[in-house]
Design a protein around this ligand. Structure first.
Ligand SMILES: NC(=O)c1ccc[n+]([C@@H]2O[C@H](COP(=O)([O-])OP(=O)(O)OC[C@H]3O[C@@H](n4cnc5c(N)ncnc54)[C@H](O)[C@@H]3O)[C@@H](O)[C@H]2O)c1
Length: 388
């Protein structure tokens, strides 16, 4: 078959795109779902999901714990319509920052730009789909033009924004969100990136080159001579500073992948690198299909994370892994949380506090370093003697 771009002119789409549009589902705190989780989800992974709901709603959201909550997202969740759950959680102050694969943020932009992804089947002839210019993510189908036009929007945004030099991904996504809000009023109802910008929730990407957003930034450098560069050091330090500032820290991990570690490494960065022992994460919830037996980080249990200082050894009861497809489990989890007593919290708006938080990290790290380097005061017994 001669090479050609998917969806080249002359190809007519069949009825592959006849399926219903995928829309962002917004959970509303259903009493029936809460009833099901409380009374029907009793054992095995239903039991674990129920446990996760309780840890989140009863402990992480309790005002007295003032938990700084990070959500990590891997797996094709925005293409499957789960962005609405994330928007609702953002809106209600139930998550304070996000670490996502670039793919989920890129596919979120289709909704903001009013393109349609369709429900379909996973059992299709992919050669025929290719010939008709249709992209498939399992059973989600959309024309390749959606990719091309979303890419064009990103490149246009990069030029218009005038962004230059090294920036964090939180800044990139904030500026992208602002641009969407400006050009597509009302899109905050349909886009995680736009809603997060509006609500002051920073969004990080652990592997910025690994998505069409990163691909278009690379183009921008090569073809426009732009100096814009994603600086992962800034992301590492910002996430670390956010975790340091949290009275308590907790995470909801969807899937595994690099976003999971990017969140969890915050605690080792503090104790191992900056010399500031924070004590480890206080709450750990993971919804994943990844297994522990293969030895990878994606399937690693909270207990394994204890050995790294990622999870506080004293709080293992407040950690849980529900082995579920997150496209099923996460909407249920959100319904439960939203319908709970603390289903709405004041938003922390960490996006606008990043500079101050990083300055606090620097201050504390310098104090720790200086204390270690300080020579012993004359006539003061050596530290080892004081403990005898
Ligand atoms: N255009 C782009 O920018 C781009 C780039 C990469 C991927 N993609 C598409 O986006 C999709 C998502 O890719 P990704 O990089 O976010 O993550 P991924 O699909 O590679 O998944 C990463 C992790 O999530 C877990 N996981 C996946 N699906 C799950 C589910 N339903 N429930 C629970 N856990 C699950 C996996 O086991 C793994 O740990 C891919 O399927 C791909 O088609 C697009």
């Amino acid at each position: 078959m001669p090479h050609r771009a998917p969806g080249a002119p002359g190809q007519r789409a069949g009825n592959y795109l006849a399926g219903k549009p995928i829309k962002y589902y917004r959970p509303g705190g259903s009493a029936q779902v809460r009833h099901l989780i409380e009374n029907g989800f009793q054992a095995f992974n239903a039991g674990r999901l129920s446990e996760a709901c309780h840890i989140f709603a009863d402990k992480m959201l309790a005002p007295e714990n003032d938990t700084t909550i990070g959500l990590t997202i891997a797996g094709a969740l925005t293409p499957a319509g789960l962005g609405g759950c994330v928007i609702e959680m953002i809106d209600r102050g139930l998550i304070d920052f996000i670490i996502s694969t670039g793919a989920n943020l890129y596919h979120d932009l289709h909704y903001a730009l009013n393109f349609t992804l369709h429900r379909g089947s996973p059992f299709l002839d992919d050669v025929e789909l290719y010939e008709q210019g249709i992209i498939r993510i399992y059973d989600v189908l959309f024309p390749a033009t959606v990719l091309l036009e979303t890419d064009a929007y990103i490149r246009d945004f990069l030029v218009r924004s005038g962004l230059s030099g090294p920036i964090s991904t939180s800044e990139l996504h904030f500026r992208l969100g602002e641009d969407l809000l400006d050009r597509y009023p009302g899109c905050e109802e349909y886009s995680v990136v736009a809603r997060a910008a509006l609500a002051g929730v920073p969004i990080y990407t652990s592997s910025p080159g690994d998505s069409s957003i990163g691909m278009n930034i690379a183009y921008h450098e090569l073809m426009n001579g732009a100096t814009l560069m994603i600086d992962p050091n800034r992301d590492v330090n910002e996430v670390c500073a956010i975790i340091l500032a949290g009275k308590q820290n907790g995470c909801v991990i969807l899937g595994g992948g690099s976003p999971k570690n990017f969140y969890l490494q915050g605690q080792p960065t503090l104790w191992e690198v900056y010399g500031i022992p924070k004590g480890g994460n206080d709450y750990f919830i993971q919804i994943t299909t990844d297994q522990v037996v293969w030895g990878g980080l994606s399937g690693a249990t909270p207990a394994e994370a204890v050995s790294w200082g990622k999870v506080n050894p004293g709080v293992l009861p407040d950690t849980v892994v529900a082995y579920c497809d997150s496209t099923i489990a996460f909407p249920l989890f959100c319904e439960y949380a939203i319908g709970s007593e603390h289903g709405c919290r004041p938003r922390k708006e960490l996006l606008h506090k990043r500079e101050q938080l990083v300055a606090d990290l620097v201050r504390q790290a310098k104090e720790t370093r200086d204390a270690k380097q300080k020579p012993p005061v004359a006539n003061e017994p050596a530290e080892i003697d004081r403990h005898r």
